[in-house]
Ligand binder design. Structure first.
Ligand code: G6P
Length: 489
């Protein structure tokens, strides 16, 4: 990492509101992909150079940690981090986070194929925000842009994800002097798929979001497909024209590129070496049963009900295995998540009954489990079953590959991933290296993936897959993005 100052702007603060000492320990599973990918990128703060992280504060403010300019210096495993939390009132937060980020942008951007809301009854139709909600979103984005501009110097500013999509253009309007980078951690959808959801106001809101992202010098996406779809939307909504390396918009070149995120392999290995097997895995071993695990945030993009239906069918057909499914609570209080809970419970009840008749243990819980237990499950599973309907990347298969590296090659798991998840596109899902793409909307595909996976087919996690995950780690992702951002500006 270059010895420069760098600003990271992310909706989530580095220090979690619920666990004040969170920065001292590796990630909780519930914190999801953004923190896991960005955390390894931070450079220690030495009083002059290093990373400054600006995020939204959602809890108590501990004054002792604040320096005279409103910064905290956090002691993290990666050294000191200069950190600033911005505080918002609850109705502003509800408009920004509840209405715009989670009820409009998140479901809209994950519509990677036609008609998800019809194919999966719990998937919410993207709901355009109220005027007040939109204004809250603008206000929060403006506060982030203002905080960045209070920094002196010309350090690069790296803005993360859809919650802050307006910030790049706001920074430019305010005359921010350093290079402006933006990275979208989630998919970018095609106009053809989302056009039906874009009547009236919704279209105008999306236009503003795309225009906001076009304020960057460099905008990064997970896959080349996301870049292509963004170019299409930038043309249709903002009149941007394709140009070598990106698009031309507002009389300048906005560089665009695919930068698939990675994980920190050491963080996984450290936990994988020390974590004890969870009790349910030990019980399954005593019964001589293979273990299938499903681990993720309880989000409607993860395809959990579809997976549970396939699990039930596998039991009905007489396959014997233990299933341990853990969906960690996420975005509680955001209304559109209600229908998912009911769908999971319904399918889990059916799978539990089917498991009973073949005498197999089945668990599906909604719980936040600790990092060590997450990694222990990824290490000890015989099939790691993810089945996202859509996903920017999905780090679970990557973490699982590293955790499984501690086992002899012939005992390792088969890892399943939704065909539209970034991980399947970037790492290839033909199964030959142990990662197999399955279609979450096709029960036959899910069932086949599971049943063959139980037999170690088409292949178990290979050394080649593990080596790729190591090579494309979070640190090299961050370095590549920042080098491109800083090198050419
Ligand atoms: C996951 C996604 C990120 C997103 C984050 C927000 O990690 O991969 O793209 O920014 O969720 O999570 P939150 O819990 O803050 O809504």
């Amino acid at each position: 990492m270059t010895a420069r100052a760098q600003l990271i702007l992310a909706n989530r603060a580095f220090l979690d509101h619920e666990a004040p000492r969170w920065a001292d320990s590796p990630s909780a599973a519930a914190s999801g992909g953004l923190l896991a990918a960005v955390r390894p990128v931070i450079a220690p703060w030495d009083g002059r150079t290093g990373t400054t992280w600006i995020g939204a504060g959602m809890g108590r403010f501990d004054r002792e940690w604040v320096d005279e300019r409103g910064y905290e210096i956090l002691e993290t495993p990666r050294g000191p981090l200069r950190h600033r939390r911005l505080f918002f009132g609850s109705s502003t937060w509800q408009g920004h986070y509840g209405e715009v980020a989670n009820s409009f942008t998140w479901p809209l951007f994950h519509l990677v194929r036609v008609d998800l809301p019809k194919a999966t009854p719990y998937y919410p139709e993207p709901h355009p925000p109220s005027e007040a909600g939109w204004q809250s979103f603008v206000a929060v984005n403006r506060a982030f842009a203002a905080a960045a501009c209070e920094e002196d110097g010309e350090q690069s500013c790296w803005v993360h994800d859809y919650q802050l999509a307006l910030v790049p253009a706001m920074l430019r309007e305010r005359g921010y002097r350093g290079p402006i980078g933006f990275f979208l951690h989630i998919p970018f959808p095609s106009m053809a798929v989302i056009r039906p959801y874009l009547e009236g106001e919704a279209r105008e809101r999306l236009r503003a979001i795309v225009a906001g992202m076009l304020g960057a010098d460099l905008a990064g996406f997970q896959t080349p497909g996301d870049v292509e779809r963004f170019i299409e939307a930038a043309g249709e909504l903002c009149g941007a024209r394709p140009a070598p390396g990106g698009v031309e918009a507002g009389g300048r070149l906005v560089r665009l590129g695919a930068y698939p995120v990675g994980i920190d392999p050491e963080e996984v290995l450290t936990a994988a070496r020390r974590a004890r097997p969870v009790t349910r895995v030990r019980l399954a071993r005593e019964l001589g049963l293979p273990v299938v695990v499903g681990l993720e945030r309880g989000d409607f993009t993860k395809g959990i009900p579809e997976r549970l239906r396939a699990i039930a069918e596998a039991y009905r057909r007489g396959h014997r295995f233990a299933y341990i499914g853990i969906a960690s609570p996420t975005r509680e209080g955001v209304e559109v998540y209600g229908a998912l809970e009911a769908a999971i419970e319904r399918e889990a009840a059916r799978a539990r009954e089917a498991a009973y008749w073949v005498g197999c243990p089945f668990t599906q819980v909604r719980a936040s489990v600790g990092w060590d237990d997450v990694v222990a499950l990824q290490r000890d599973a015989d099939v790691v079953f993810t089945s996202s309907l859509a996903d920017g990347m999905n780090l679970v298969p990557l973490q699982a590959a590293i955790a499984q590296s501690l086992r002899p090659a012939e005992e390792r798991a088969v890892v399943l991933a939704g065909v539209d998840a970034g991980v399947a596109k970037v790492y290839g899902g033909d199964g030959r290296e142990g990662l197999r793409a399955v279609d979450p909307l096709d029960q036959g595909s899910l069932l086949e993936g599971l049943v063959e996976g139980l037999e170690g087919r088409p292949a178990r996690v290979s050394d080649a897959f593990i080596a790729k995950v190591r090579e494309h780690d979070a640190k090299s992702w961050g370095e590549r993005f920042l080098a491109d951002l800083e090198g050419k500006c």
